[in-house]
Ligand binder design. Sequence first.
Ligand code: XMP
Length: 493
Amino acid sequence: DGFPAVKLFNQGYSYTYDDVIFLPHYIDFATDSVQLNTKLTKNISLSIPCVSSPMDTVTESYMAVAMAYLGGIGILHSNNTPSEQFALLESAKSRRIPFVSDFEVKSPADVIELSDFGYGTVILVTDTGSRKSRVLGYVLKSVWVNLKNKDGRVCDYMSKLDYSVPSSYHLDQIAGFLGDKGVKLVPTVRESDGEVVDVMTLEDIEKFQEYPKRGLPSLTPNGDFLVGAAIGTRDSDKQRLEYLVKGGVDAVVLDSSQGNSIYQLDMIKYIKKTYPGLDVIGGNVVTAYQAQNLIQAGVDGLRVGMGSGSICTTQEVCAVGRGQATAVYKVSSIASKSGVPVIADGGISNSGHIVKALVLGASTVMMGSYLAGSTEAPGAYVVQDGRRLKKYRGMGSLEAMTKGSDQRYLGDKSKLKIAQGVVGAVADKGSILKFVPYAMHAVKQGFQDLGASSLQSAHELLRSEVLRLEARTGAAQAEGGVHGLVSYEKKAF
Ligand code: XMP
């Protein structure tokens, strides 16, 4: 019944995730016993198969820390100067808690207005009003709104505070400190430069404890979070890489939309020679031929996808690419022979897509839009028509390229910029600490339906043709989605 993958994907069609569907198999284990632990590269293991995309509206230090806390990894984008990217890496490496604290800083002589609180609930008062000077006190929004005289200077009514904890403290150490001292909040301060990193409250800690179960965090032997970073393939990227290696980067991604190029092959060889211990992820590729070249050059991981991203226009602009299901299957079939893990990059918009990518041979999925709009994504929320939105843009969009990401889309220093991506916005999704564990549970259920108790078992079942799949017609896809309902207002019932 159904088709083995090798037959379905060799008929001359380019299939994407929605085009194909797996036939259910036999269940003889519980959902919770499904293991999603996997490999990012030959040498880096993760407890969940999730990677955040190196895009400037997706992965900066907060996202990288939260991804590693969940058991995945974040790849810091490179649409910045080498020192800015180094600062993101340093910040991610110095944190032990995945916390996005919205707090403002004032000096004692300042006067506060309601808007000064931003989205946060606390204003910290420091000597000079900078995050790098001595903390003197704080003002809680809840206290401030009830003050009779709000026009006075901050130092006249702030609560005094003369303690802090190192930013290398773990959640339970901070909870212990707050409990022992009997205080409401504590700033966490980076030891290396004295900068205030977060302001933690007991409520924050309780909130964490309510989040769903997650995998083991991705940590180095030193106890800091695993963090990846993107670089390009120009000579100037060698200097960028030198910085990143100093900052302790754990893997580098050569960020290119068509990775099978002389520039990338030379860069892989250079990195392997100069930093033999550093794992290199090459790509992007979508064919066995492209993959083979990068594998021979020595990559430790392959990133697969061309034009499948939600903000991509590469296939339309350049007429090149491949349906993502076909691309993942074809590249994984070759890469698995050399033990090179595959990252299925782009086109993930639900947990079913994650299941399909993983079963078709990928070891991890890389996500942009799925994680954009979350608390941990860079950028501020804007409110439009009553909805909170965050910007999400393609790195090949004119807007992003104006900032510098053009080298991903141009092999040379062409002056004409051709957009291969668009700029948009996505709705507020809340914290990834909340929704990624749910998605992982849904993925486990998908694996259970297929009778696959792990990624390795899924790959084996696919290879041995036990797992079967079919292409879906347009009508079958419509049937598989929500249909036949009309929208209604809750109060109507
Ligand atoms: P999703 O679907 O997760 O895709 O939003 C994220 C991936 O899309 C790629 N990317 C681009 N591709 N033009 C493109 O053709 C772009 O401007 C662009 N920006 C990002 C990238 O591989 C990312 O991980």
